[in-house]
Ligand binder design. Structure first.
Ligand code: TXE
Length: 483
């Protein structure tokens, strides 16, 4: 039995393994605030055991599996996930508070990541390099060895899929530390990996707290690459720990992503996208479109239409499958409340607010979606990631002013531009300082095929798409002198 409905333990070497200390952590349902399960509280000893299993797999049977067979295993895993979408979605929505439709979408996306990397596994080629007479020079793309993956709670399945899917396709063995608030779906997905034939040790999961199991993973000298998605502060900690043993890192650290709406935009097309980009997953999306800049001529009419949409949004228990579920935990709810009380203190006008349905349990972590107008550039609501359903708006008079405000935060993850002017589309795509630009559309969290990552405090390195395979490999140059 790889998991038990109420008590979840580590997944190491294709087996269920309790923590050495015997300690566990409570799992809270964000929709009701009640404890419904326990996870193992992993520590440095558990991490060491998982890294040992991964190292043995990499040195042994997993390290000898050919690229084509790695792809086939990933393909079978994708099929297994697809066959379990409903089960995974139910588990995820109870664990994280996601409305069921979002949890289903995440499970489908997970299968798609595995499918994408299944197809890519045997297409990761090296090159030959023209060099001096009498030489042949070639490059080999080799796996790092054992990769560590620290996963947050907002999109556990998707972030696991993009990171572990690519790492396994490239031939690494993996040790994963999911967020303490969102482990259950990933433990089930790991049991599916064993069921489809991944050899023991290719994939290992240690649950537990960030400063304990997470820190131990980042510090472990047996880890050859770390990919981390989470907060800017923790990302820094992980990078420092990894530097202690010369371990490369990919960091995806969230953002304060702007959407620029010009007066010539197709407003009917933009409206639902502007709303969804901040409401999806209750605003707990690294690439949430949390700032909207609107050309002055369109500002009041757009605000009015956005306000009508916000007022109609409803938040409630994940099982009701409304526009929004609860936030993930009490800490996140308090964080959003702090931002909103700062908005009030700063005299920022609340333009519209959705509702929390009457039958939402009082101890759930709910937050109605909020629309704020005329947010000054210097205010923390314009500068900092809220990670909740709070949309900040600002008018602009010309393109340069819009660009300066859009680029004027510490972050640089994603941006959206809404205009019919083709030259402006290209200009802004080049001048926006971030990792992804969407023109007349916006992909909050989407795009398996699209390289994704940030600049500045949003992190560095790229995940998703083919590009991720380069991050999960190291390049070796071989120079052969044959005369
Ligand atoms: O994040 P942490 P938290 C942002 C978002 C949110 C804020 C705080 O703004 O409000 O971060 O969330 C593990 N060594 N994002 O506190 O601490 C932890 O167990 C190693 C943006 O949940 O960054 C979890 O697995 N690991 C974001 C993961 O790091 C450690 C997604 C993320 O937790 C660790 C989530 C340590 N010392 C939050 N401490 C995004 N980019 O999408 C914690 N962890």
């Amino acid at each position: 039995m790889l998991h038990n409905p109420m008590r979840f333990v580590h997944f190491i070497g294709n087996e269920s393994v309790p923590s050495r200390s015997g300690e566990s952590l409570p799992v809270v349902d964000p929709s009701s605030g009640t404890v419904f399960a326990q996870i193992a509280r992993g520590d440095a000893g558990d991490v060491d055991r998982a890294v040992g299993a991964a190292r043995a797999a990499y040195a042994g049977i997993w390290g000898r599996v050919s690229a084509v067979d790695r792809g086939r295993l990933l393909r079978r895993w994708a099929d297994a996930v697809e066959a379990h979408v409903e089960e995974l979605a139910l588990l995820e929505s109870q664990d994280t508070g996601k409305p069921l439709k979002q949890a289903r979408a995440d499970a489908v996306a997970l299968a798609r990541y595995f499918e994408f990397y299944a197809g890519a596994a045997d297409k990761l080629h090296g090159t030959t390099i023209p060099y001096q007479d009498g030489y042949t020079v070639l490059t080999l793309r080799e796996p790092h060895g054992v990769t560590g993956h620290i996963v947050p709670w907002n999109y556990p399945m998707q972030i696991f899929g993009r990171s572990v899917g690519a790492a396994l396709a490239a031939g690494n063995a993996c040790v994963v530390k999911p967020a303490e608030d969102a482990c259950l779906s990933l433990l089930r997905v790991a049991s599916l990996a064993a069921a489809v034939g991944f050899p023991a040790g290719a994939l290992n999961i240690v649950t537990g707290l960030g400063p304990e199991a997470g820190q131990a993973l980042a510090e472990h000298p047996g880890i050859d690459h770390i990919s981390f998605t989470g907060s800017t502060e923790t990302g820094k900690r992980v990078a420092i720990a990894a530097a202690g043993h010369h371990c490369p890192v990919t960091l995806e650290l969230g953002g304060k992503s702007p959407q620029l709406v010009f007066a010539d935009a197709d407003v009917d097309a933009a409206l639902p996208v502007l709303v969804n980009a901040i409401v999806q997953n209750c605003g707990q999306t690294c690439s949430a479109g949390s700032r909207v800049l609107v050309e002055r001529a369109l500002y009041e009419p757009l605000l009015e239409r956005l306000a009508a949409r916000f007022a109609a949004l409803r938040a409630g228990p994940a099982s009701m499958d409304l526009d929004l579920g609860p936030l993930v935990n009490r800490k996140q709810q308090q964080r959003v409340w702090d931002f909103l009380s700062d908005a009030q203190a700063g005299g920022i006008e609340l333009m519209a607010q959705g509702e929390i349905v009457d039958d939402a349990p009082g101890d759930g972590f709910y937050q109605a979606p909020v629309l704020l107008r005329d947010v000054p550039s210097g205010h923390r609501l314009w500068q900092e990631e809220v990670f909740g359903p709070v949309l900040a708006l600002q008018p602009f008079d010309d393109e340069d002013e819009a660009l300066a405000s859009a680029n004027g935060t510490q972050y640089g993850l994603v941006a959206g531009v809404w205009t019919r002017d083709g030259a402006r589309q290209m200009r802004l795509a080049r001048r926006l300082h971030c990792g992804q630009v969407f023109i007349n559309n916006y992909g909050a969290g989407g795009g398996v095929e699209l390289p994704f990552g940030g600049v500045k405090a949003s992190g560095h390195g790229r995940e998703k798409g083919f590009e991720a395979l380069y991050a999960f490999t190291t390049l070796k140059t071989v120079a052969i002198r044959h005369g």
